[in-house]
Design a protein around this ligand. Structure first.
Ligand code: UT7
Length: 323
């Protein structure tokens, strides 16, 4: 018998303001048709003035705790994936801790941009398997609207804001791929590609900066690396693509999502897609898609779910979960 980090609850939060593609037509040389056909995005949510990453993260966490039927007093740790924390420090995770009224345990942020939720899940899983924590809130939350250059049509139409959260709980499994919980994780980064997707400012350069991306170059890396990391994670669990019930990919571009599924030999019927409604919400996109996928009756207990993501760094990875 071994410890497993099992999903006990899931939830999400989206800001109220929904912005359709057509809104960009007034200020940029772009069109709803271009954005839809090149990315699959139809609309996205943008945070209101004063709305913060930690505020959205706390709302998603409350929804996940309610879904788990669990009080915050039972949570030992918060792992929050974000590249858009409220302040340089303290971590947004400690702000969530305070907002939830959690007076014990520990909280920290993980920064791996769009791959952040895979990294956060791998960290939370390790905390649970090592015995450091029994119950962990794993959150992805972003306000990318704050780092967009509204004059750059090649980036500002692609991103959105939001938050999603999972409650992971230590349970006992038999040590086989039939166990519920996280069955395998696979993480990578390669800093040689840092110029493909970055923010041209930061604390030590005493500036704020905007998101910059060579989209077509990232695209090229994405399909190949995502299919590979998903297959490697499955192999670590003694499984193959044939065993998969749901792929829950990072939601950046429908053509990347379709290309990765095709490379893995999986039909789109097995893919949870939310990119049309959320745009690219970076580290929040996977937990948002998991929450929507469960709410829509797609993901059910016992299903084999594979999440995969790539983003700035480049950083990428995959996680295999028996739901
Ligand atoms: O989440 C982190 C990981 N990020 C990603 O996974 C994003 C990966 N990349 C992509 O999703 C795609 O590369 C994009 C959606 C960003 C762009 O699609 P693309 O098919 O790779 O187009 P492109 O960058 O090669 O640009 C094609 C054309 C260019 O015009 P020319 O040079 O062919 O005349 C662009 O200037 O489209 C133009 N363009 C636009 N046109 C209308 C770029 N942005 C826009 C726009 N509206 N918003």
């Amino acid at each position: 018998m071994i410890r497993r980090a099992v999903v006990a609850g899931v939830g999400h939060y989206l800001p109220e303001r929904v912005v359709p593609n057509s809104e960009f037509e007034a200020t940029l040389d772009t069109s709803d048709e271009w954005i839809r056909s090149r990315s699959g995005i139809e609309r996205r949510h943008f945070a209101a003035e004063g709305e913060t990453t930690s505020g959205m993260a706390a709302a998603a966490a409350r929804a996940a705790l309610a879904d788990a039927g669990m009080g915050v007093d039972r949570i030992d740790a918060i792992v929050l994936a974000t590249s858009t924390a409220d302040l340089t420090f303290p971590s947004a995770a400690t702000m969530v801790q305070a907002a939830l009224g959690m007076e014990r345990g520990f909280a920290f942020d993980v920064q791996a941009v769009c791959a952040g939720f895979a990294y956060a899940l791998a960290n939370a899983n390790a905390l649970i398997l090592s015995g450091q924590a029994d119950r962990v809130l794993v959150i992805g939350a972003e306000t990318f609207s704050r780092i967009l250059d509204w004059t750059d049509r090649s980036t500002c139409v692609l991103f959105g804001d939001g938050a999603g959260a999972l409650v992971l709980e230590a349970r006992t499994g038999g040590g086989t791929s039939e166990d519920r919980g996280i069955l395998a994780t696979d993480l990578h980064s390669d800093g040689r590609y840092r110029d493909l997707l970055y923010v041209d400012g930061g604390v030590s350069t005493q500036s704020t900066g905007f998101l910059r991306m060579q989209g077509n170059q990232v695209f090229r890396h994405a399909v190949e690396k995502l299919a590979q990391t998903a297959e490697d994670a499955l192999a670590k669990a003694g499984l193959t693509a044939e065993d998969v019930d749901w792929i829950v990919p990072h939601q950046a571009n429908i053509r990347i999502i379709q290309g990765t599924a095709k490379k893995m030999g999986l039909p789109m019927e097995k893919v949870v897609v939310t990119v049309q409604d959320h745009g690219n919400t970076s580290a929040a996109s996977i937990p948002l898609a998991l929450s929507v996928g469960k709410a829509h009756g797609q993901i059910r207990e016992g299903d084999l779910v594979v999440t995969e993501a790539i983003g700035g760094g480049l950083a990428w990875g995959a996680v295999v979960i028996r739901w």
